[in-house]
Design a protein around this ligand. Structure first.
Ligand code: GLN
Length: 172
């Protein structure tokens, strides 16, 4: 969360955390960060943020990274996650292995070509139309867009390359 805020600050935008539905008031967009998607899903439901965010997303852009992407998809391979259904994709949690199998790789194709991206217990994205693939790694989609919403399997907030955040801010 702090790394996302730092990235937005560098790009001249203010950022603040959201804990409850009222915190969404006045925001121009929302980032769903990485973490543990099953826990995040439960916390969102507990705070009433699942419905509030679904409403917010009709008018504002969302950026989901790793666990945040898992929350935004239409289907996951884990029934404990109640997806927000903002990105038309099936997402497999932990596709790239455990924490110790984390890696940094250069992205291929499209918008973020050559970007060095950190994959930490990252999910696989099985994208369907109308989802647009923004970047791939080893031939698989790892960054996608649908309308004003963007999802990444990797962590664009780690490192110096601000292209994903810049791109997302332009969609707002
Ligand atoms: N870096 C991350 O956000 C990991 C996501 C985690 N594997 C999950 O499924 O929730």
């Amino acid at each position: 969360m702090q790394a996302h805020a730092r990235m937005l600050t560098q790009l001249g935008r203010a950022a603040r955390p959201v804990f409850r539905p009222a915190d969404l008031d006045g925001l121009a967009g929302l980032i769903l960060p990485g973490g543990e998607s099953t826990t995040l899903s439960q916390l969102l439901q507990h705070a009433g943020l699942d419905r509030a965010i679904a409403c917010f997303a009709q008018r504002h852009p969302l950026l989901g990274t790793c666990a945040g992407l898992i929350l935004m998809c239409t289907h996951t391979n884990d029934a404990r996650v109640s997806p927000l259904r903002l990105l038309t994709a099936e997402v497999d949690r932990n596709h790239y292995g455990r924490q110790r199998e984390s890696f940094i790789a250069s992205l291929e194709g499209g918008q973020f070509s050559g970007m060095r991206a950190a994959f930490i217990r990252a999910p696989a994205i099985h994208a369907r139309a109308p989802l647009e693939v923004l970047a791939t790694h080893a031939g698989r989609p790892v960054a996608v867009r649908q309308g004003r919403h963007v999802g990444c399997a990797f962590h664009p907030e780690l490192g110096r390359d601000a292209r994903v955040h810049e791109y997302w801010l332009r969609l707002a």
